[in-house]
Design a protein around this ligand. Structure first.
Ligand code: UTP
Length: 275
Protein backbone atom coordinates (compact mmCIF):
# COMPACT_ATOMS: atom_id res chain seq x y z
CA UNK A 1 0.00 0.00 0.00
CA UNK A 2 1.25 3.47 -0.88
CA UNK A 3 -1.25 5.76 0.77
CA UNK A 4 0.24 9.24 0.76
CA UNK A 5 -2.72 11.45 -0.12
CA UNK A 6 -6.08 12.41 1.35
CA UNK A 7 -9.10 14.14 -0.15
CA UNK A 8 -11.17 16.29 2.21
CA UNK A 9 -14.43 17.20 0.45
CA UNK A 10 -15.75 20.28 2.26
CA UNK A 11 -17.84 21.90 -0.46
CA UNK A 12 -21.22 21.07 1.11
CA UNK A 13 -23.83 23.73 1.83
CA UNK A 14 -23.96 23.02 5.55
CA UNK A 15 -27.71 23.63 5.61
CA UNK A 16 -28.06 22.19 9.10
CA UNK A 17 -25.96 25.07 10.42
CA UNK A 18 -27.77 27.84 8.59
CA UNK A 19 -27.82 30.79 8.94
CA UNK A 20 -24.33 30.58 10.52
CA UNK A 21 -22.95 28.90 7.36
CA UNK A 22 -24.01 31.89 5.24
CA UNK A 23 -20.84 33.57 6.46
CA UNK A 24 -18.58 30.93 8.08
CA UNK A 25 -18.02 27.36 6.85
CA UNK A 26 -19.12 24.91 9.57
CA UNK A 27 -15.70 23.26 9.27
CA UNK A 28 -14.22 26.37 10.90
CA UNK A 29 -16.34 26.19 14.03
CA UNK A 30 -13.98 25.92 17.01
CA UNK A 31 -13.18 22.90 19.13
CA UNK A 32 -10.69 23.68 21.86
CA UNK A 33 -8.65 26.41 20.24
CA UNK A 34 -8.80 25.16 16.67
CA UNK A 35 -11.30 24.79 13.85
CA UNK A 36 -12.86 21.35 13.42
CA UNK A 37 -11.21 20.87 10.04
CA UNK A 38 -7.78 21.07 11.73
CA UNK A 39 -8.60 17.84 13.59
CA UNK A 40 -9.04 16.07 10.24
CA UNK A 41 -5.81 17.51 8.89
CA UNK A 42 -4.05 16.37 12.08
CA UNK A 43 -5.58 12.94 11.60
CA UNK A 44 -3.85 12.82 8.19
CA UNK A 45 -0.52 14.09 9.55
CA UNK A 46 -0.64 11.59 12.40
CA UNK A 47 -0.64 8.86 9.75
CA UNK A 48 2.13 10.30 7.59
CA UNK A 49 -0.19 11.83 4.98
CA UNK A 50 1.21 15.22 4.04
CA UNK A 51 -0.46 15.67 0.65
CA UNK A 52 -3.98 16.96 1.21
CA UNK A 53 -6.62 18.16 -1.21
CA UNK A 54 -9.56 20.29 -0.09
CA UNK A 55 -12.53 20.18 -2.43
CA UNK A 56 -14.34 23.42 -1.70
CA UNK A 57 -17.18 25.48 -3.15
CA UNK A 58 -17.07 29.19 -3.84
CA UNK A 59 -17.26 31.12 -0.59
CA UNK A 60 -15.39 28.49 1.47
CA UNK A 61 -11.90 29.84 0.73
CA UNK A 62 -11.37 30.51 4.45
CA UNK A 63 -10.76 26.75 4.89
CA UNK A 64 -7.57 26.58 2.79
CA UNK A 65 -6.64 30.07 3.98
CA UNK A 66 -6.45 28.82 7.57
CA UNK A 67 -3.64 26.46 6.51
CA UNK A 68 -1.81 28.91 4.24
CA UNK A 69 1.51 30.29 5.40
CA UNK A 70 1.35 33.93 6.46
CA UNK A 71 4.94 35.13 6.12
CA UNK A 72 4.25 38.69 7.31
CA UNK A 73 2.52 37.48 10.49
CA UNK A 74 5.28 34.94 11.14
CA UNK A 75 7.94 37.64 10.78
CA UNK A 76 6.02 39.90 13.16
CA UNK A 77 5.65 37.15 15.77
CA UNK A 78 9.37 36.31 15.47
CA UNK A 79 10.27 39.97 15.92
CA UNK A 80 8.12 40.18 19.05
CA UNK A 81 9.47 36.91 20.48
CA UNK A 82 6.08 35.17 20.47
CA UNK A 83 7.63 31.72 20.20
CA UNK A 84 4.57 29.63 21.12
CA UNK A 85 2.27 31.43 18.70
CA UNK A 86 4.89 31.14 15.97
CA UNK A 87 5.27 27.42 16.60
CA UNK A 88 1.50 26.92 16.31
CA UNK A 89 1.46 28.90 13.08
CA UNK A 90 4.22 26.75 11.57
CA UNK A 91 2.44 23.49 12.47
CA UNK A 92 1.49 22.81 8.85
CA UNK A 93 4.73 23.95 7.21
CA UNK A 94 5.52 20.47 5.86
CA UNK A 95 2.08 19.80 4.39
CA UNK A 96 1.33 20.19 0.68
CA UNK A 97 -2.21 21.59 0.43
CA UNK A 98 -4.15 21.73 -2.81
CA UNK A 99 -7.54 23.34 -3.32
CA UNK A 100 -9.97 22.24 -6.02
CA UNK A 101 -13.40 23.76 -6.63
CA UNK A 102 -16.62 21.84 -6.92
CA UNK A 103 -18.49 24.34 -9.08
CA UNK A 104 -21.91 23.09 -8.06
CA UNK A 105 -22.84 21.08 -4.97
CA UNK A 106 -23.86 17.89 -6.72
CA UNK A 107 -23.13 15.46 -3.92
CA UNK A 108 -20.18 14.03 -1.99
CA UNK A 109 -19.29 11.57 -4.80
CA UNK A 110 -19.21 14.38 -7.33
CA UNK A 111 -16.97 16.35 -4.93
CA UNK A 112 -14.52 13.43 -4.64
CA UNK A 113 -14.49 13.05 -8.44
CA UNK A 114 -13.22 16.63 -8.81
CA UNK A 115 -9.92 15.48 -7.24
CA UNK A 116 -9.44 12.61 -9.72
CA UNK A 117 -6.56 14.14 -11.67
CA UNK A 118 -4.81 15.25 -8.47
CA UNK A 119 -4.65 11.71 -7.11
CA UNK A 120 -1.28 9.97 -7.45
CA UNK A 121 -1.32 7.59 -4.52
CA UNK A 122 -3.07 4.25 -4.68
CA UNK A 123 -5.19 3.93 -2.67
CA UNK A 124 -6.28 7.37 -1.40
CA UNK A 125 -7.99 8.37 1.87
CA UNK A 126 -11.24 10.33 1.83
CA UNK A 127 -12.35 12.11 4.99
CA UNK A 128 -15.68 13.93 5.13
CA UNK A 129 -15.72 17.11 7.16
CA UNK A 130 -18.17 15.99 9.82
CA UNK A 131 -16.94 12.80 11.44
CA UNK A 132 -14.66 12.70 14.43
CA UNK A 133 -13.68 9.54 16.27
CA UNK A 134 -12.68 10.23 19.83
CA UNK A 135 -10.61 7.44 21.32
CA UNK A 136 -7.15 5.95 21.65
CA UNK A 137 -6.56 5.79 17.88
CA UNK A 138 -7.94 8.10 15.18
CA UNK A 139 -10.40 6.70 12.64
CA UNK A 140 -7.87 6.95 9.85
CA UNK A 141 -5.20 5.20 11.89
CA UNK A 142 -7.55 2.26 12.48
CA UNK A 143 -8.55 2.14 8.81
CA UNK A 144 -4.96 2.27 7.60
CA UNK A 145 -3.83 -0.60 9.77
CA UNK A 146 -6.86 -2.68 8.74
CA UNK A 147 -6.22 -1.93 5.05
CA UNK A 148 -2.68 -3.39 5.13
CA UNK A 149 -4.00 -6.94 5.26
CA UNK A 150 -6.58 -6.52 2.47
CA UNK A 151 -6.35 -7.60 -1.17
CA UNK A 152 -4.98 -4.91 -3.48
CA UNK A 153 -7.50 -2.33 -4.70
CA UNK A 154 -10.06 -3.09 -2.01
CA UNK A 155 -12.42 -0.43 -0.72
CA UNK A 156 -12.47 0.08 3.05
CA UNK A 157 -15.36 1.86 4.78
CA UNK A 158 -15.42 3.16 8.32
CA UNK A 159 -18.33 1.64 10.24
CA UNK A 160 -20.14 2.49 13.44
CA UNK A 161 -22.42 0.03 15.22
CA UNK A 162 -25.55 2.14 15.73
CA UNK A 163 -28.73 1.43 17.69
CA UNK A 164 -31.27 -0.26 15.38
CA UNK A 165 -33.77 2.58 15.84
CA UNK A 166 -31.25 4.98 14.21
CA UNK A 167 -30.37 2.96 11.08
CA UNK A 168 -32.68 5.23 9.06
CA UNK A 169 -30.07 8.00 9.32
CA UNK A 170 -27.24 5.92 7.81
CA UNK A 171 -26.00 3.97 4.84
CA UNK A 172 -26.14 0.44 6.29
CA UNK A 173 -23.99 -2.49 5.14
CA UNK A 174 -24.88 -6.13 4.71
CA UNK A 175 -22.12 -8.40 6.03
CA UNK A 176 -20.75 -11.83 5.15
CA UNK A 177 -20.36 -13.20 8.69
CA UNK A 178 -18.14 -16.09 7.52
CA UNK A 179 -15.55 -13.72 6.05
CA UNK A 180 -15.62 -11.38 9.03
CA UNK A 181 -12.64 -11.14 11.39
CA UNK A 182 -13.46 -9.20 14.54
CA UNK A 183 -13.91 -5.55 13.63
CA UNK A 184 -13.08 -6.14 9.96
CA UNK A 185 -16.26 -6.99 8.03
CA UNK A 186 -16.71 -8.22 4.46
CA UNK A 187 -19.45 -6.11 2.88
CA UNK A 188 -22.02 -7.87 0.69
CA UNK A 189 -24.41 -5.01 0.10
CA UNK A 190 -25.25 -1.44 0.99
CA UNK A 191 -28.61 0.16 1.69
CA UNK A 192 -29.18 3.87 2.10
CA UNK A 193 -31.29 4.84 5.12
CA UNK A 194 -33.23 1.59 5.58
CA UNK A 195 -36.06 1.11 8.06
CA UNK A 196 -35.09 -0.82 11.24
CA UNK A 197 -37.00 -3.84 9.84
CA UNK A 198 -35.22 -3.96 6.47
CA UNK A 199 -31.70 -3.08 7.72
CA UNK A 200 -29.35 -6.04 7.04
CA UNK A 201 -27.18 -5.09 10.05
CA UNK A 202 -26.70 -2.20 12.45
CA UNK A 203 -23.35 -1.14 10.98
CA UNK A 204 -23.64 2.36 9.54
CA UNK A 205 -21.14 4.02 7.22
CA UNK A 206 -19.17 6.90 8.72
CA UNK A 207 -17.48 9.51 6.48
CA UNK A 208 -13.98 8.01 6.34
CA UNK A 209 -12.85 5.78 3.48
CA UNK A 210 -9.85 4.28 1.77
CA UNK A 211 -10.62 3.98 -1.93
CA UNK A 212 -8.75 2.57 -4.95
CA UNK A 213 -8.45 4.31 -8.31
CA UNK A 214 -11.32 2.22 -9.70
CA UNK A 215 -13.79 4.22 -7.56
CA UNK A 216 -13.04 7.29 -9.70
CA UNK A 217 -13.86 5.27 -12.84
CA UNK A 218 -17.13 4.19 -11.24
CA UNK A 219 -17.99 7.82 -10.38
CA UNK A 220 -17.16 8.87 -13.94
CA UNK A 221 -19.42 6.14 -15.32
CA UNK A 222 -22.25 7.33 -13.09
CA UNK A 223 -21.88 10.90 -14.39
CA UNK A 224 -21.81 9.61 -18.00
CA UNK A 225 -24.87 7.43 -17.46
CA UNK A 226 -26.71 10.46 -16.12
CA UNK A 227 -25.77 12.34 -19.31
CA UNK A 228 -23.64 14.75 -17.27
CA UNK A 229 -23.96 16.04 -13.74
CA UNK A 230 -27.55 17.27 -13.92
CA UNK A 231 -29.56 17.97 -10.82
CA UNK A 232 -29.42 14.61 -9.06
CA UNK A 233 -26.77 14.20 -6.35
CA UNK A 234 -23.89 11.80 -7.01
CA UNK A 235 -22.97 10.05 -3.80
CA UNK A 236 -19.77 8.15 -3.07
CA UNK A 237 -21.92 5.25 -1.94
CA UNK A 238 -23.43 5.11 -5.48
CA UNK A 239 -19.95 4.27 -6.78
CA UNK A 240 -19.54 1.54 -4.14
CA UNK A 241 -22.88 0.05 -5.13
CA UNK A 242 -21.74 -0.07 -8.73
CA UNK A 243 -18.41 -1.63 -7.68
CA UNK A 244 -19.89 -4.33 -5.44
CA UNK A 245 -19.83 -7.11 -8.11
CA UNK A 246 -16.21 -6.43 -9.14
CA UNK A 247 -14.40 -5.01 -6.12
CA UNK A 248 -13.77 -6.31 -2.64
CA UNK A 249 -15.47 -4.01 -0.17
CA UNK A 250 -14.70 -4.20 3.53
CA UNK A 251 -15.84 -2.24 6.54
CA UNK A 252 -14.01 -1.63 9.78
CA UNK A 253 -16.06 -1.11 12.92
CA UNK A 254 -14.04 1.61 14.58
CA UNK A 255 -13.16 1.66 18.22
CA UNK A 256 -13.96 4.90 20.06
CA UNK A 257 -16.81 7.35 20.14
CA UNK A 258 -17.98 8.75 16.84
CA UNK A 259 -19.31 12.30 16.83
CA UNK A 260 -21.22 13.75 13.88
CA UNK A 261 -20.16 17.38 14.08
CA UNK A 262 -22.27 18.17 11.01
CA UNK A 263 -25.32 18.83 13.17
CA UNK A 264 -25.71 21.48 15.89
CA UNK A 265 -26.47 18.73 18.46
CA UNK A 266 -23.36 16.75 17.42
CA UNK A 267 -21.25 19.89 17.55
CA UNK A 268 -22.49 20.64 21.06
CA UNK A 269 -21.57 17.09 22.05
CA UNK A 270 -18.08 17.51 20.57
CA UNK A 271 -17.59 20.73 22.54
CA UNK A 272 -18.77 19.00 25.70
CA UNK A 273 -16.46 16.00 25.24
CA UNK A 274 -13.41 17.75 23.83
CA UNK A 275 -13.71 21.09 25.57
P1 UTP B 1 -23.22 16.30 4.11
O1 UTP B 1 -24.13 15.26 3.63
O2 UTP B 1 -22.95 16.38 5.58
O3 UTP B 1 -23.73 17.70 3.58
O4 UTP B 1 -21.87 16.11 3.32
P2 UTP B 1 -23.31 19.16 4.03
O5 UTP B 1 -23.58 20.07 2.90
O6 UTP B 1 -21.93 19.20 4.59
O7 UTP B 1 -24.30 19.50 5.24
P3 UTP B 1 -25.91 19.65 5.21
O8 UTP B 1 -26.45 18.25 5.01
O9 UTP B 1 -26.28 20.58 4.09
O10 UTP B 1 -26.21 20.21 6.55
C1 UTP B 1 -20.89 15.13 3.66
C2 UTP B 1 -19.53 15.65 3.23
O11 UTP B 1 -19.49 15.82 1.81
C3 UTP B 1 -19.19 17.17 1.48
C4 UTP B 1 -19.55 17.97 2.71
O12 UTP B 1 -18.83 19.19 2.75
C5 UTP B 1 -19.20 17.00 3.84
O13 UTP B 1 -17.81 17.02 4.14
N1 UTP B 1 -19.98 17.54 0.27
C6 UTP B 1 -21.30 17.26 0.22
C7 UTP B 1 -19.34 18.16 -0.78
O14 UTP B 1 -18.12 18.41 -0.73
N2 UTP B 1 -20.06 18.48 -1.88
C8 UTP B 1 -21.40 18.23 -1.99
O15 UTP B 1 -22.00 18.53 -3.05
C9 UTP B 1 -22.02 17.58 -0.90
Amino acid sequence: MRLTQAILPVAGLGTRFLPWTKVIPKELLPLRNRPMIAFLVDECLGNGITDICFVISHGKELIPQYFTKDLALEALLAKRGKVDALQELCRYAEVRFTTIYQEEQLGDGHAVLQAQTWVQSTPVAVLFGDDLIVGKATGLQQLMSAYTGLPEDSILLCLEDVPREYVRKYGIVGIDERATQGRLKKVTHLIEKPSPEEAPSTFGIVGKYIIPRSTFSALTRIVEEMGGPAGKEIRLVDAFLQQLPTTQIYGYAVEGKRIDTGTPEGYREAVRIMG
